[in-house]
Ligand binder design. Structure first.
Ligand code: ADP
Length: 160
């Protein structure tokens, strides 16, 4: 797998339960505080076709219809974050699927109780992240800019 350095990207979906509960700001803050760079974001109402593609790995599970209904119940916010090892870093900050058992300090550990309503989605590998980012963002929807605090977030060697 190609090493992408601080240009590695991942997809986060702030799910409808988080939007309903007014957690968008606090969730976004967790990633900002960590030092990650937001390069794209938009609000959308998810639809069955895109969800079936996004959740292909669970589409045959008996609970899938419920997942689809939940994910379409209110708008969601998609975000593309960039940073060094960002996929693993964001998964760690996210916490495990069954939120009530997620580690305290993680987003799911701090904000959720359910295996289904678990406030965010985060890509689980660099390969998956590539296709997930492309699914939700066209090239023109992602922004390149110099993040002025990077000299305090990374050492020179990490910045590449
Ligand atoms: P993750 O989101 O942690 O990567 P999965 O890819 O296994 O987890 O599942 C996708 C999503 O499907 C979960 O985040 C959750 O919203 C829902 N889900 C997973 N397992 C269950 C379940 N047993 N019952 C209901 N919903 C589930």
């Amino acid at each position: 797998m190609q090493f992408e350095g601080i240009k590695e990207k991942t997809l986060v979906i702030v799910k409808p339960d988080a939007i309903q509960r007014g957690l968008l700001g606090q969730i976004t803050s967790r990633f900002e505080q960590k030092g990650l760079k937001l390069i794209g974001t938009r609000m959308l109402r998810l639809e069955s076709v895109i969800l079936r593609e996004h959740y292909a790995h669970i589409a045959d599970k008996p609970f899938y219809p419920g997942v689809e209904e939940f994910m379409m119940s209110a708008p969601a916010v998609v975000q593309c974050w960039e940073g060094l090892d960002v996929v693993n870093t964001v998964r760690k900050i996210t916490g495990i699927t069954k939120a009530r058992e997620a580690e305290a300090g993680s987003i799911r550990g701090d904000f959720a109780m359910s295996v289904a309503c678990n406030v965010i989605h985060a890509s689980d590998s660099v390969e998956t992240a590539k296709s997930e980012v492309a699914r939700f963002f066209k090239d023109g929807d992602l922004y390149e800019y110099d993040k002025t605090d990077y000299m305090h977030v990374y050492i020179e060697e990490e910045r590449g």
